[in-house]
Ligand binder design. Structure first.
Ligand SMILES: Cc1cc2nc3c(=O)[nH]c(=O)nc-3n(C[C@H](O)[C@H](O)[C@H](O)COP(=O)(O)OP(=O)(O)OC[C@H]3O[C@@H](n4cnc5c(N)ncnc54)[C@H](O)[C@@H]3O)c2cc1C
Length: 290
């Protein structure tokens, strides 16, 4: 049963921000509703006011600019999956989307709604972290931006303040000799990750690891950038022994839960296997890149 609420459908971003400012904690933003309605049906969220931002076309865009790619928060998963520029410049993002939920959910759910829902098992956040994304939030008082890895605070909790909307996800240009890869291990096809791993590697002289970003999904209360695993590999010529060490470091830094899909120990074992595997894949992609 969903409690009664007043439905508000602003036509512009300015109008939406004014409503959020007015109702603060009494209102909840809804976009595609693919995650929020589940919580409302369970009675876990019962806002007196709902501000629907799905119709804000000014937040639905993919722009390829000199300083990187900008994705508006209300852009659907399916639009990202199908985007020619994303397939060309950030193929890992389009590929990740093909494994997120069903086509029906991807047609309506949005990337902004996904990361704001802040389920640590979500697919987009680890990929955004590995790609070095920046998230921009807007309120009636102005804008602020931060690295994707700082956006989630805890299970289903983000840095968003009352009155604030996530408005844009921006991805920096991909440096030369850089490759990214992502996979999730899941029990049911198109379901959330049991563990997800995203890695970006930039290769330097002699095939050494000049730079690396490793992010884990479903492995901690937040999508986790594992800097200890990165430190094992950064600046070195990557060997199988170092990859195994990086997997061990990532598993030690993780703080996974036990649930019906997997125990915490099983998730750690998955991390030990997937971090080396996805790093190898990212390196292979980097070798193919210009
Ligand atoms: C059957 C099913 C399978 C799924 N499988 C997967 C999967 O495999 N992988 C995966 O990652 N996800 C999965 N999901 C989750 C879902 O696809 C996403 O979380 C969804 O895309 C959220 O987007 P939305 O626009 O529907 O958000 P909503 O449900 O409308 O909102 C989600 C939350 O974000 C807030 N919010 C939304 N937009 C903004 C904004 N711009 N600024 C501030 N707050 C905002 C809302 O207030 C709410 O708290 C699945 C969902 C379903 C129903």
């Amino acid at each position: 049963m969903i409690n009664d609420f007043e439905y508000l459908a602003p036509k512009t971003l300015k109008e939406a921000l004014a409503l959020l400012d007015k109702y603060q904690d009494d209102c909840k933003v809804i976009c595609g509703g693919q995650s929020l309605l589940v919580l409302m049906r369970q009675g876990l969220v019962a806002p007196p006011y709902m501000v629907d931002i799905k119709g804000l076309n000014e937040l639905s865009y993919i722009k390829d600019e000199k300083d990187g790619l900008k994705i508006g928060a209300t852009t659907t998963h399916r639009t990202i999956e199908k985007s020619a520029v994303i397939k060309k410049k950030y193929p890992v993002l389009a590929k990740m989307e093909t494994r997120l939920a069903s086509i029906q959910t991807r047609n309506w759910g949005t990337i902004g709604g996904n990361v704001c829902h802040a389920d640590p098992a979500g697919d987009p956040a680890p990929v955004c972290i590995a790609l070095g994304a920046t998230f921009t939030m807007t309120s009636s008082k102005g804008k602020r931006s931060m690295p994707a890895e700082d956006f989630s605070l805890d299970y289903f909790e983000t840095v968003l303040e009352p009155g604030e909307l996530l408005t844009e996800i921006s991805l920096p240009p991909v440096p030369a000799k850089t490759g990214t890869a992502y996979t999730k291990f899941n029990v049911i096809e198109s379901d959330l990750a049991t563990v997800g791993v995203a890695v970006t590697v930039t290769l330097g002289a002699g095939d050494s690891c000049q730079d690396i970003r490793i992010a884990l999904g479903a492995s901690a209360p937040i999508p986790l950038r594992t800097k200890k695993a990165e430190a094992v590999l950064k600046g070195k010529k990557i060997t199988e022994a170092l990859l195994a060490q990086a997997g061990e470091a990532a598993a030690a830094e993780a703080d996974p839960i036990s649930d019906i899909y997997a125990s915490d120990d099983y998730r750690r074992e998955l991390i030990k296997v997937l971090v080396p595997r996805i790093t190898r894949e990212a390196m292979a992609n980097a070798r193919k890149a210009k």
